[in-house]
Each structure stands twice: as structure tokens, then as C-alpha cells.
Design a protein around this ligand. Structure first.
Ligand SMILES: [Zn+2]
Ligand SMILES: [Zn+2]
Length: 186
């Protein structure tokens, strides 16, 4: 059963939702620490320093739940020569640290590495529109049941899964139909 859905545009606004779209957000998961505290503990356990750059990237990443790649994050950070500039290699390395610290989830989409919140955000899966590249989040209990049953049948200890369903979203299909109708009238 589909329990919740959330449509999220990419950070650069490429896929901003139309106003008619009904936005439902997934409820955050209660967590003991803030992302900052958790990351600080992680760095300490590895004997690493929490630099100003790491803190700035973390703050930006946790402003709001979003799906983004390193390039989109770089666009939102101060440019070269500006105060607070963070170099590309540092951004890549820092994103990797966030994943290792359990703050971010990383997945592959059309050959790109896409990141989103993991810590404090519920387990969910994605529908991916191959036309406008929009990601729609959903949670499905039936899907989890099937996953667990399959694991059991194989005597497999299921820890997690990732499912991305590709297709064409409602908005893109409607757009296409409208075009076709126009042609039909001629
Ligand atoms: Zn679409
Ligand atoms: Zn998501």
C-alpha cells in the first residue's frame, strides 16, 4: 500500500513542481543527536578535526531534505574568490564523510551519484521520471513485506534495499497528451 509520497525537485530547481501538485512530506524520524553532533562524534572517533568548511557544507546540506549531486551542491556554495569557498575535491571528500557517518544516503541515478538525508529521515523508495528527472518518494509496507519474505526464503539477513522505479510522471504525460490533442485538431 502506498502510504506517503513526496515530490522533490533537484537543488538547481530544474524540476520545480507545478502549484497544482499536492505536496505530502514524509514525517522525520526522531533521532537522539543533531546531524552536527553526530558528525562531530564521527570525526572525533576517527581523530579528525571539524573544520569550518566541513561545518559549512553540513549546514547547507541539512537545510532541507533534497536529492542532489556534488555539482548541484557546489552551485549553492560560495564561488571561488568568495568568502567560505569550498573546493570541489573537498566537497567530494566531505560528502563521502557524511555517508560514512550515516548522515547521507548515496545512490546512483543515470550514472550520477545522488545524495539525500539518511539520518533523521525515514526509509523510502523512489519513482524516477526519465523525462523531467523528478524523483517522487514513496513508502510501501507491501514492498517491505515482499522484501523480507524473499530474504527469508533465501535464509538471507536483510539489512536494507534500494528501489528506483523509472517511468514518466503524471505532469509529463499530461503535457504530451495536450500536445497530441492540439495536433489532432489541425
Ligand atoms: Zn516528469
Ligand atoms: Zn528520497
Amino acid at each position: 500500500m502506498l502510504t506517503s509520497a513526496l515530490e522533490i525537485p533537484f537543488a538547481d530547481g530544474r524540476n520545480f513542481m507545478s502549484q497544482e501538485t499536492d505536496l505530502k512530506t514524509l514525517a522525520p524520524v526522531r533521532v537522539a543527536l543533531t546531524p552536527q553532533q553526530r558528525f562531530s562524534d564521527f570525526l572525533q572517533s576517527r581523530g579528525m578535526r571539524n573544520t569550518e568548511q566541513r561545518r559549512a557544507v553540513l549546514e547547507l546540506v541539512f537545510l532541507e531534505h533534497d536529492h542532489f549531486d556534488a555539482d548541484q551542491l557546489l552551485e549553492r556554495l560560495p564561488a571561488k574568490g568568495e568568502k567560505g569557498y569550498v573546493s570541489r575535491p573537498t566537497v567530494y571528500r566531505t560528502l563521502g564523510e557524511f555517508v560514512d557517518a550515516g548522515l547521507l544516503r548515496k545512490f546512483s541515478l543515470d550514472g550520477r551519484s545522488v545524495y539525500e538525508h539518511d539520518y533523521g529521515y525515514p526509509q523510502h523508495d523512489h519513482l524516477y521520471c526519465t523525462k523531467c528527472e523528478k524523483l517522487i518518494e514513496f513508502q510501501s509496507d507491501s514492498l517491505l513485506e515482499i522484501r523480507n519474505e524473499v530474504g527469508k526464503a533465501h535464509n538471507f539477513d536483510v539489512r536494507s534495499h534500494r528501489l528506483i522505479v523509472s517511468g514518466i510522471c503524471e505532469g509529463c504525460r499530461r503535457g504530451r497528451r495536450r500536445e497530441r490533442r492540439k495536433v489532432d485538431l489541425i
